[in-house]
Design a protein around this ligand. Structure first.
Ligand code: ADP
Ligand code: MG
Length: 702
């Protein structure tokens, strides 16, 4: 039994048998493998069937990687510099195939002896009219031992590792050493009853059979168990965090709602949608529990989150607290401020804006009035979290477009409490997140959804047009502009080639200016200074310019109700959620709005699905589900929430059922035994303690 607090899995990787110092450092840098545990969970991304040899004469291009066996000849170094390669011929009674190496030549070459028999494993490719296999594994036939495993693991390795001859097979060797070293210390971490209920194989067996399956059936069982485990512990942690927060962090009680009643009766400019009403009710309920609210408000672009935010602020203010709203950019902070100011003024509520460009004298006044409590609402950017900004009594923090803010920044807002209670937190996002992803990313937050657009809004008409219809498309834009509308034309931004993008955009801008000689055109792109961008944006907002040519910098939150057309160039190059965000820039006024997706004829199958999806639906949740299916959650979470979830095995697009089961199970356990003090839950307790994050503080916040 393990007695010290340090578990064997925390052992640094250089202490594993077979890991030399140089290997340890490349494992650190290239695969982020630092400890035994990291290697244990460096799962193979597929397995190969090595149970038999194939006759070379039978190989076709459709074969996966296979075993062949034959005599080696014609070992040659060919080409120079970057074209340098090592080739050889392998021949058996049925045919011959060329073997090629471009990298790691100096490691391979000494192993090659003409005339001897070898066992080779690799994927056959057609090259001209001949077959070849590039970068096969190769071993002398006499040293080849058939293994007890039917399926062989294939591990990710980096290019650099390939260059030094550190391949998947060697990783497999290390994993084997590791499993031997750990032995029986890979202890069960699920309660026995759970293991029985789901008919899981033991934890130890699962790891062994995931790396080195003894049969296909065992591989499936190992996969089922490890996937469940991965999601189960994420959910357990998130739900426990939520529970702790609810239990330990009190929040101010906002019971009084007189201001809100006045606002409803006298100033509300429209009827709230049912979805808005429901969300307000949910939040008002949170405000009366005496517990800190941590709520995510999801609502598609244009669904009316701002008014909901204002209503929440009213409740806070009516009960003697202050509220703040933080937006990710200055433009957005401006728009929020302008929108909220109208409502605030109607009720005589003090409101101010604080951004990076606020003047010193302004700042000083704001700081003073905040501290004294005279200022009730503060809207702004990151400037809000500076230490000098102190509230008399901050009761509610609203954070818009949250994925643009890091955990640390949100945490700093939290610290601004001036009472024993923490401020309530409402995080608003316009990026619809599929249910499964939301459960994983925000499993610790309560979620409200505005799933209905205000009445009378005409759905945006979306069409897909090819380059050949450009004249007609421009004709259409002209008509819209003549009718007093405004137009966006957006160019893609591909990070790999900024100069190319820029050129693309500038060419586009010039051709737009030529096609619309009498129309004032704005341009906004990433290379401009913030002030220049702002200036151009403001001109467009004031309708001084009619066309806005831009890169995706306008993606987020900008509100110009008079803009009725969103034309997206090279639309096939955009991701789905990005297309949807862009489309959300129009359709904000009473007029019919249009989204036109321009593309060439050459589109990938996936690109076509994206464009068709856009044409077919306006529903952000449907779109995000499709996006998840196409891209996988890695991308979604990567861009927005890097580091929040690290899924090694599960695929949220495919493993929804497992996620639901895992969450359900976690919930049940927490309900009956929140501190894991029942003997049957001891494995959970031990496992969580062992895997507790190093920095407990961060756990609490977010
Ligand atoms: P988003 O959710 O994208 O932030 P906004 O709050 O900016 O949406 O609202 C978009 C537009 O819809 C605004 O002009 C707002 O005044 C209007 N709006 C919001 N709620 C309603 C409603 N219930 N009825 C009519 N118009 C509404
Ligand atoms: Mg908004």
């Amino acid at each position: 039994m393990q007695t010290s607090t340090k578990h064997i899995l925390d052992t640094p990787i250089q202490f594993l048998k077979g890991v030399a110092t140089s290997r340890a450092s490349i494992l650190n840098t290239d695969l982020q493998i630092f400890t035994f545990k990291d290697l244990l969970t460096h799962f193979p991304f597929r397995h190969e069937d090595r149970s038999k040899f194939y006759p070379i004469g039978q190989l076709t291009e459709d074969f996966p990687a296979v075993y062949i066996r034959g005599t080696l000849s014609n070992v040659q170094l060919q080409g120079e510099g970057s074209k340098k390669r090592l080739t050889a011929i392998l021949q058996d009674a049925t045919g011959m195939v060329e073997l090629v190496w471009f990298q790691g030549i100096k490691w391979i070459q000494p192993k090659m002896a003409t005339g001897r028999e070898y066992v080779v494993f690799g994927k056959p490719n057609m090259f001209g009219r001949k077959f070849n296999i590039s970068h096969p594994e190769i071993d002398l036939a006499e040293s080849y031992k058939p293994t007890e495993y039917a399926l062989h693991p294939v591990y990710n390795i980096s290019q650099k590792m390939r260059n030094v001859g550190f391949d998947s097979k060697q990783i497999a060797g290390l994993v084997k050493n590791l499993l031997e070293t750990i032995g029986d210390q890979l202890i069960e971490n699920l309660p026995e009853e759970l293991v029985r209920k789901y008919n899981f194989i033991s934890r130890k067996e699962a790891f062994h059979n995931f790396h080195f399956p003894r049969s296909l059936d065992l591989l499936k069982k190992a996969t089922a168990r490890l996937k469940f485990e991965e999601l189960f512990f994420i959910q357990l942690k998130l739900l426990r965090k939520k529970q702790t927060q609810k239990a330990n962090f009190s929040g101010q009680i906002f019971q009084k709602a007189d201001l809100l009643t006045t606002f409803y009766k006298e100033h509300l400019p429209f009827d709230l949608t049912n979805a808005q009403k429901r969300v307000v009710k949910e939040i008002y309920h949170d405000f009366r529990t005496g517990r800190q609210m941590n709520r995510l408000l999801q609502g598609d672009v244009g669904s009316g989150k701002t008014i909901v935010a204002f209503i929440c602020m009213l409740l806070a203010i009516d009960n003697g607290a202050q509220a703040c709203l933080m937006a990710p950019t200055e433009i957005l902070a401006d728009q929020h401020f302008n929108g909220l100011q109208v409502y605030a003024k109607s009720l005589g509520i003090t409101i101010a804006k604080l951004t990076g460009s606020s003047k010193t004298s302004e700042r000083r006044t704001i700081h003073e009035y905040l501290k004294s409590g005279e200022l009730k609402i503060l809207v702004g950017t990151h400037a809000l979290i500076e230490d000098v900004v102190q509230f008399e009594n901050l009761g509610l923090c609203i954070i818009d477009e949250q994925h643009r803010f890091g955990v640390a920044q949100r945490a700093k807002l939290w610290q601004k409490r001036s009472k024993s209670e923490y401020p309530h937190v409402l995080v608003m996002t316009a990026t619809p997140i599929p249910r499964t992803l939301a459960m994983t990313l925000y499993g610790d937050l309560d979620v409200s959804v505005i799933d209905e657009l205000p009445a009378g809004r005409k759905p945006i008409q979306t069409s897909h047009r090819y380059e050949t219809s450009r004249l007609a498309v421009f004709g259409f834009l002209k008509k819209q502009i003549e009718e007093g509308r405004q137009v966006y034309i957006v160019y893609p931004l591909i990070e790999e080639s900024e100069t190319l993008d820029y050129k693309n955009l500038m060419d586009g801008y010039e051709s737009v200016c030529r096609a619309f000689p009498d129309v004032p055109v704005s341009i906004v792109h990433g290379k401009m200074k913030a002030a220049e961008k702002d200036y151009e944006m403001q001109r467009f907002v004031r309708a001084e310019t009619k066309i806005m040519v831009a890169t995706t910098v306008i993606e987020v939150g900008v509100n110009v109700p008079n803009a009725s057309v969103m034309l997206i160039e090279n639309a096939e190059k955009f991701g789905l959620s990005q297309l949807h965000q862009l489309r959300g820039r129009v359709g904000r006024g009473a007029d019919q709005s249009y989204c036109i997706l321009m593309s060439g004829y050459k589109i990938s199958a996936e690109g076509r699905i994206r464009l068709n999806t856009m044409v077919e639906t306006n529903n952000g949740f449907d779109i995000s589900e499709m996006d998840l299916k196409l891209r996988g959650p890695g991308d979604l979470s990567g861009t927005q929430q890097s580091g929040v979830v690290d899924l090694k095995l599960t695929d949220l697009a495919k493993d929804q059922r497992i996620l639901q089961e895992a969450r359900q199970t976690a919930q049940e356990i927490l309900q009956t035994d929140p501190t894991f003090s029942k003997p049957e839950n001891l494995p959970l307790k031990q496992y969580l303690e062992q895997n507790a994050p190093k920095n407990q503080e961060w756990e609490k916040i977010s």
